[in-house]
Design a protein around this ligand. Structure first.
Ligand SMILES: Nc1nc2c(ncn2[C@@H]2O[C@H](COP(=O)(O)OP(=O)(O)OP(=O)(O)O)[C@@H](O)[C@H]2O)c(=O)[nH]1
Ligand SMILES: [Mg+2]
Length: 367
């Protein structure tokens, strides 16, 4: 075959339970490399808890049933946690003889995707039968190949972390005699940093502002450049008393590329008691610790309009107000801690101005 699918992306399958996620993942993996089948029935939990980055999801919709409740909820959450790309596989077409019905099912999915801010009109919808493909039916196999081709052409290549704007999560701050300013240590999450670069300090208790990188070190040795993935020391010039201060929990960022917020919306999975989570439902107004990147912050949990409690062992939506601003963006993951134990995992789904989040509720079902 001339076409060759490279598993260059984080890909997962979503869809209503029973619509054929596992069968499709098996059919696609067998011919074109690894595709992750989110294992939980609701799929939403995998989007929130799954550590691996998901570049795109294949939304599996059984043609004989069409869009169902889980399909809707998954599309909503996928959008909220920042999944950039969706491709649809209209499965079980072997069960549907009526071409009009296939057209209707396709239109329904496109409409659902559009309602949540995905480009529903242009998203590829491939019709097929994962089960027949697994049984080596040639026509069904060709449909799977078509799905792989559409994934290859439609889903953009992942941007290398090193090619994105510089971002470092500050883990430590040290003063050394003879240096022009403090040395900040941490891991470079994105981009690169070099001596002479202008850097913005964002978030945290300390006042933020712009400083200059006066040197980069790896294991205490000066280097020309630090790159995404490296643990580095960054020597800063221009930090306090007149300039900004610097502390653990802030980030260093390329100027203008990071913003700190106190209030944010999130999609959260609270662990069940058996998983080490809360023993009882979490009420509105409860305080907890939120761990972002390299530090913990105290915050207050808010719940959607009309919701009194968030249940352990389930997915919920929250609006959190932190005591101090943290650099964040949609898609950023965090852990909720209680007495030092991880009791929940969340993904930032929306942000609002520092200190001034406008009135109340977590936004509803549609985007
Ligand atoms: N007729 C037909 N049946 C299919 C097709 N794909 C999957 N099935 C059947 O549908 C049922 C569910 O398929 P799975 O792949 O287990 O679905 P799933 O979405 O992973 O479901 P859960 O993991 O149980 O939530 C199984 O009995 C499959 O054999 C298909 O293309 N045509
Ligand atoms: Mg399955």
């Amino acid at each position: 075959m001339e076409f060759e699918w490279q598993p260059r992306l984080g890909l997962g399958t979503l869809g209503q339970a029973g619509h054929g996620r596992s069968t499709l993942a098996a059919a696609l993996s067998r011919r074109h490399g690894y595709v992750d089948c989110f294992e939980h029935t609701d799929g939403v939990r995998d989007l929130i808890v799954g550590g691996a980055r998901v570049d795109a999801v294949i939304l599996v919709v059984a043609a004989d049933e069409g869009v169902r409740a889980q399909t809707r909820e998954q599309v909503r959450v996928a959008r909220r946690v920042g999944v950039a790309c969706v491709v649809v596989f209209l499965n079980k077409c072997d069960l549907v003889e009526d071409g009009d019905m296939l057209g209707l099912a396709e239109a329904e999915v496109r409409e659902l995707l559009s309602a949540h801010g995905f480009p529903g009109a242009e998203i590829p919808v491939v019709r097929g039968s994962a089960l027949r493909a697994l049984e080596e039916d040639p026509e069904a196999v060709e449909e799977i190949d078509e799905l792989a081709r559409r994934l290859d052409t439609y889903v953009p290549d992942r941007v290398r972390e090193a090619d994105r704007p510089f971002l470092l999560a500050i883990e430590g701050v040290f003063d050394r005699p003879g240096d022009a300013g403090p040395v900040v240590t941490g891991r470079i999450l994105r981009g690169t940093v070099r001596s002479g670069d202008e850097i913005e300090i964002v978030g945290g208790r300390a006042s933020a502002g712009r400083v200059i990188c006066a040197g980069v070190e790896i294991f205490g040795r000066p280097v020309v450049e630090g790159e995404a993935g490296h643990g580095v020391g960054v020597l800063l010039r221009g930090v306090g008393p007149e300039g900004p201060e610097v502390a653990r929990g802030q980030v260093l960022a390329a100027p203008g590329t990071a913003t700190a917020y106190r209030a944010f919306e999130a999609e959260v999975y609270l662990r069940s008691e058996e998983e080490g989570g809360f023993g009882a439902p979490v009420a509105e107004g409860r305080k907890a610790r939120f761990f972002f990147r390299s530090a913990e912050f105290t915050g207050t949990i808010g719940l959607p309009e009309g919701v009194r409690e968030a249940a352990p062992g389930a997915h919920s939506r929250m609006r959190v107000t932190l005591e101090r601003p943290v650099a964040m963006e949609v898609g950023l993951r965090f852990v909720i801690l209680e007495g030092g134990r991880p009791v929940g995992v969340g993904v930032v789904a929306g942000v609002a101005g520092v200190g001034g989040v406008s009135g109340g509720s977590v936004s509803g079902g549609s985007a």
